[in-house]
Design a protein around this ligand. Structure first.
Ligand SMILES: [Zn+2]
Length: 245
């Protein structure tokens, strides 16, 4: 990829929807998602790959609807797994890394701290390990914030997990876009008053990462913030096969 590379398109891929019951009769719409970026030179970058087909969902959990896996989404765009040049792994939770081993032509990019934690056998990342820790996959390990391509920056956002990463990208018409991933899973949590959840590894780091992203949104004049699992927000976003440019 040359110095003339720029980011041309962002596709939001909604993989499934779940209505989670809350106390008091309320509900929360949660989505599982992944993303595809295309450069002006036709390179394709996948961000995460979704929940694996071979790991059962919790039998006592609410059903997941509207299921379409990453391969089906790509096929709808007339793409095969070998058309993906790079996969950015935000972290190895089961709902984010379940199809990594489908992309054997791609270079995988992950934060070194996260890769080493997961490879050392942390039980949290075991469920999809057969998919992300596959001998055919080539990993490139990065440390901290890093502009991986012109207009595409990895942001180290530990807290949900050590070495979790979010992304900032610059689109020609939309402008700067922040993909918060699981640093901020719901729009209402994008505040310095937030708390962590039992799914988060370290609340202090989570708050520091939230503050970092809030400051970045101001500084970079971010035009669109996409939250990691927010079904209410995603209902109003443009989703694949439509795209942001
Ligand atoms: Zn997640």
């Amino acid at each position: 990829m040359t110095t003339d590379t720029s980011i041309a398109r962002l596709y939001l891929m909604q993989l499934s929807t779940t209505t989670v019951p809350l106390p008091g009769g309320r509900t929360l719409e949660m989505v599982l998602v992944c993303y595809l970026i295309e450069t002006n030179e036709g390179k394709r970058i996948l961000i995460d790959s979704g929940y694996p087909a071979d790991v059962p969902r919790r039998a006592d959990g609410p059903p997941s609807l509207n299921q379409k896996n990453v391969l089906e989404h790509l096929a709808e765009l007339r793409l095969s797994p070998d058309d993906i040049n790079m996969v950015i792994a935000t972290h190895f939770d089961v709902d984010h890394a379940g199809y990594h081993d489908s992309f054997k032509k791609a270079e995988f990019v992950v934060q070194r701290e996260h890769y080493e934690l997961a490879r050392a056998g942390h039980p949290r990342f075991a469920a999809a390990r057969g998919h992300w820790d596959h001998p055919d996959l080539r990993y490139r390990l990065v440390d901290g914030d890093f502009e991986i391509l012109p207009g595409l920056t990895l942001l180290e956002t530990s807290g949900h997990a050590r070495g979790h990463q979010s992304l900032l990208l610059r689109l020609p018409n939309t402008g700067p876009v922040l993909l918060a991933i699981d640093a901020v899973i719901l729009e209402r949590l994008f505040t310095i008053e937030r708390k962590g959840s039992p799914m988060d590894d370290n609340e202090d780091q989570l708050l520091a990462s939230t503050r970092k992203l809030l400051e970045l949104v101001q500084r970079e004049r971010v035009q669109l913030i996409v939250f990691g699992h927010d079904g209410s927000q995603w209902a109003n976003l443009k989703k694949a096969p439509a795209f942001y440019d």
